[in-house]
Design a protein around this ligand. Structure first.
Ligand code: IPM
Ligand code: MN
Length: 362
C-alpha cells in the first residue's frame, strides 16, 4: 500500500478549529477507504512567533519538505498586527513558504450550484444557473515579491516603495496552467490586467496571447481589472477560467468566492511543477469569529479535497468529498456566514454533518 504524508499547519485564527473538522474526514478516508495517510502537525504564523519567536521555523519547513503536500489553516491576527511589517506572520511565513516551494500556480475554484443559488448575495435573476469559475492566480511574482521594497522607517520619510515586476517565464508558466485547466472545463480563458496603464500588464497580455496560439480550442479574451470586477458582479456565469497576476488575483478570487455565499467556502491550491502543493482556505484567519465554534469549515474541507486531487491523485475521493459538502448544504445545514436567519449550526455540527454525508457517499 502506498503511504501518503500530509504536513498539517493549523496556524492562527479559525485555522485550528476548522482543521479539527477536516481531521474527521481524513480519519474516515483512513478507516473506511483504507488509504494510508500519515499526518504530522507543525507550527506556523503568529502562534509560532509566540511559541518559538519565529513565524516559519526550520522544523516546519523540513517537515513540509518530507511530505507529499501541505494542508494549511490560516495565518495572522490582530495580536501580531503591531509588529513591524517584515515580522508580521503573513509576510514572515505565508509568502516565504509559497516562495520556498515555488508554488506559483494558485487555483481558486468558486462554484455556485444552481440549487443553492439563493446563498449568493446577487439577485436571483443574475445567477439562475449558478456559476463555476476557476481563478488561476500567479502567486510568487508581481508586486508581492518585487524589489526594492522600502518601508517608511525613518521619522521624516514621506514615501514607501513596492515594485511590480514580471518576467516572461513567470507569465508563460501560469498561462500554460490556465489553458490546460480550461481544456478540462469549458475552454474559455479570461485574462485580467491593467494593460492600459501598467508595463507589466502589457507584457502579461502579449505573453498570454503568444501562449494561446498553442491552444486553438480555447477561447481567450482580455479584460481590464476595473471592468472585470464589474462584469463578474453583473454576470458571473459568463466566466470559466480567469487568469490573473498576483495582486489582481487576490481581489478577483475574493470577489468570486463571496458570490457563492461566503468566502468561508473558498478553497485554494498553490502548486509547483511537481504536483507538490499547499492547500488552504482563501478567506484567511477571520479572528472576529475565532474560538466561538461558528466558523465555516467548508473551505478547509474543500482544500483537503483539492489536496487529494492534485497532490495525491485520487480524484474519486476528492469528488466524494465535494459531493458530501454539496449534499450537506442541500440538506439545509448552514453555518452563521451563510445563514439568512438565526438558525445556524456550529463549526463542529457542520463538520459532523459533512462526515455523515461523506459516509453516505461511500
Ligand atoms: C490570500 C491572502 C494572502 C494573500 C495574505 C494573507 C498575504 O489574502 O491568500 O489570498 O494576499 O495572498
Ligand atoms: Mn486574499
Amino acid at each position: 500500500h502506498k503511504k501518503y504524508k500530509i504536513a498539517i499547519l493549523p496556524g492562527d485564527g479559525i485555522g485550528p478549529e476548522v482543521m479539527q473538522e477536516t481531521y474527521k474526514i481524513i480519519e474516515i478516508i483512513k478507516k473506511k477507504l483504507l488509504i494510508n495517510i500519515q499526518t504530522s502537525e507543525y507550527d506556523i504564523g503568529g502562534i509560532s512567533i509566540d511559541k518559538h519567536g519565529i513565524a516559519l521555523p526550520k522544523k516546519t519547513l523540513i517537515g513540509c519538505e518530507k511530505s507529499d503536500a501541505i494542508l494549511l489553516g490560516s495565518i495572522g491576527g490582530p495580536k501580531w498586527d503591531i509588529l513591524p511589517p517584515k515580522e508580521r506572520p503573513e509576510i514572515a511565513s505565508l509568502l516565504p513558504i509559497r516562495k520556498h516551494f515555488n508554488l506559483f500556480a494558485n487555483l481558486r475554484p468558486s462554484i455556485l450550484h444552481k440549487k443553492l443559488n439563493y446563498l449568493s448575495p446577487l439577485k436571483k435573476n443574475n445567477i439562475k444557473d449558478g456559476f463555476d469559475i476557476l481563478c488561476v492566480r500567479e502567486l510568487t511574482g508581481g508586486i508581492y515579491f518585487g524589489k526594492p521594497r522600502i518601508e517608511i522607517n525613518k521619522k521624516n520619510m514621506h514615501y514607501a516603495i513596492d515594485t511590480s515586476i514580471y518576467h516572461k517565464y513567470e507569465i508563460q508558466r501560469i498561462a500554460e496552467i490556465a489553458f490546460q485547466e480550461s481544456l478540462k472545463r469549458r475552454c474559455k480563458v479570461t485574462s485580467i490586467d491593467k494593460a492600459n496603464v501598467l508595463y507589466t500588464s502589457k507584457l502579461w497580455r502579449k505573453t498570454v496571447n503568444k501562449i494561446s496560439k498553442k491552444y486553438p480550442k480555447v477561447h481567450l479574451s482580455h479584460l481590464y481589472f476595473d471592468n472585470a470586477v464589474m462584469q463578474i458582479i453583473k454576470n458571473p456565469n459568463q466566466f470559466d477560467v480567469i487568469l490573473c497576476p498576483n495582486l489582481i488575483g487576490d481581489v478577483i478570487s475574493d470577489e468570486c468566492g463571496s458570490l457563492t455565499g461566503s468566502i468561508g467556502m473558498l478553497p485554494s491550491a498553490s502548486l509547483n511543477t511537481k504536483n507538490f502543493g499547499l492547500y488552504e482556505p482563501a478567506g484567511g484567519a477571520a479572528p472576529d469569529t475565532q474560538g466561538k465554534n461558528i466558523a465555516n469549515p467548508i473551505a478547509q474541507i474543500l482544500s483537503l479535497s483539492m489536496l487529494i486531487k492534485h497532490s495525491l491523485k485520487m480524484n474519486h475521493i476528492s469528488n466524494l468529498i465535494n459531493t458530501a459538502v454539496y449534499k450537506t448544504l442541500l440538506k439545509g445545514f448552514r453555518t452563521h456566514d451563510i445563514s439568512h436567519d438565526k438558525n445556524f449550526v456550529t463549526t463542529k455540527e457542520m463538520g459532523n454533518e459533512i462526515v455523515k454525508s461523506f459516509i453516505e457517499e461511500l
